[in-house]
Design a protein around this ligand. Structure first.
Ligand SMILES: *Cc1c(COP(=O)(O)O)cnc(C)c1O
Length: 421
């Protein structure tokens, strides 16, 4: 099927009216089809989800919540939001769900607003060790408006230092303790974090953006039984539309809902809310549960294959969908590796490793993830091929060699086509 046909009849209208933007849609589809997408936070959402995003639900204002809207004509979109909420509660066994956050960052702002006041102390994973911008970065609202204390990983095993976490919690008495990160390949011990929260009287907040899809697919343990509040994105492993979501214990339901609206957002994006409902139904299927397990199998295989190419997997390997590789043995920085792989059609990102001697703009590491390639149907054999592509690309600055790897990448992705039917 041609790229034009993929977008359907409306695409012809767009092409005539606005050829510039139509061209971007086509070339972006081609880019996704032909390159290797190893960015750990990206995925290919289903055509059913894409259909909701391109729908007339985008036209509807629906400030408020189902049955309590500030606008008329919400009877249809109310149905979509109620379905999304019910599916989220069912899938995760949650007491409350808010499906309106526009993004992961918006969901996190709402969590801060629900439980803290500016100046309060919050304890979160340090950014150089894998935390997210919204976990206290100096350039983010979280670091500007809150006193964010941080914990990190141990230098010897690169796993979360729960003793340090507990000591810091006892010393700084945070209102909230955040766990969850953007570049942590291992599992978080939610039982331990709950115990520390109880000891110091802190709200237990889990930012599950990266791994919630693995929880949805029952491939790793869930934070939901332990946490007061769980925020996440819906577009990473979860494979839904770009957006955010918050799950909470019933006692926090009113605080969370008030924080999202009117606290930080106006009207919800109802097309995305409907897309979240569609994705949540997909996540409840045996096929998705197999997918979630395969994502981890593939990440382990990719990390092991990169290790056999001489790189080192941080934290001793991965138990999730991503691997953080220390590539100092190659003599190349993360920045250069990222650029060379990009030239070879392999899209991933440079990433600081714990205790990285290099600056954040340079780094000693790369982060690779398997959500997208697994959606394409790739398996362990392809992970080994990809590792050899990466190893070859990192080691050369010869444009011809990189172009040669790129044609091998195109041959591989052609065997695992996306958005064809
Ligand atoms: C991706 C991510 C976010 C932010 O999500 P956006 O949708 O990009 O705003 C927040 N927290 C963590 C841990 C993430 O990985």
């Amino acid at each position: 099927m041609s790229a034009e046909t993929f977008y359907g009849p409306d695409f012809n209208l767009l092409s005539q009216q606005d050829p510039d933007i139509a061209a971007v849609l086509l070339s972006e589809l081609k880019r996704q089809q032909t390159n290797l997408q190893l960015i750990a936070s990206e995925n290919f959402t289903s055509r059913a989800v894409l259909a909701t995003l391109g729908s007339t639900l985008s036209n509807k204002y629906a400030e408020g919540y189902p049955g309590k809207r500030y606008y008329g004509g919400c009877e249809e979109v109310d149905k979509a939001e109620i379905i999304a909420i019910d599916r989220a509660k069912d899938l995760f066994g949650a007491e409350h769900a808010n499906v309106q956050p526009h993004s992961g960052a918006s969901a996190n702002i709402a969590v801060y607003l629900a439980f803290t006041k500016p100046g309060d102390t919050v304890l979160a994973m340090s950014l150089p060790h894998g935390g997210h911008l919204t976990h206290g970065s100096k350039v983010n609202f979280s670091g500007k408006w809150f006193n964010v204390e941080s914990y990190g990983v141990r230098q010897d095993n690169e796993l979360i230092d729960y003793d340090e976490l507990r000591d810091t919690a006892i010393r700084t008495k945070p209102k909230m303790i955040c766990s969850g990160a953007t570049a942590y390949p291992s599992l978080v011990d939610f039982e331990k974090i709950r115990a520390i929260c109880d000891e110091v009287g802190a709200i237990m907040w889990v930012d599950a953006a990266h791994f919630i899809g693995l929880v949805a697919g029952k491939a790793i343990p869930s934070p939901v039984p332990y946490a007061d509040v769980v925020s996440f994105t819906t577009h990473k492993v979860l494979r839904g539309p770009r957006g955010g979501m918050i799950l909470a214990k019933a006692e926090h339901a009113a605080a969370i809902d008030k924080a999202v609206f009117p606290g930080i957002q106006g009207g919800p994006v109802m097309s995305a809310v409907a897309g979240k409902a569609v994705a949540l139904a997909e996540c409840a299927t045996p096929a998705y549960q197999k997918y979630a397990k395969d994502v981890i199998i593939n990440a382990k295989a990719l990390a092991a294959a990169l290790e056999s190419e001489g790189m080192r997997a941080v934290s001793g390997g991965t138990q999730t969908h991503l691997a953080l590789m220390d590539i100092r043995s190659t003599g190349v920085t993360g920045k250069v590796a990222d650029e060379r792989c990009g030239q070879a059609g392999i899209v991933m990102n440079k990433n600081s490793i714990p205790y990285d001697p290099e600056k954040p703009g340079i780094t000693s590491g790369i982060r690779v993830g398997t959500p997208a390639t697994t959606t394409q149907g790739m398996g362990v054999a392809e992970m080994q091929t990809i590792a050899s592509f990466i190893a070859r690309a990192i080691k050369t600055d010869d444009e011809k060699t990189l172009a040669g790897i790129k044609s091998e990448v195109h041959a591989l992705t052609a065997r695992f086509p996306i958005y064809t039917a």
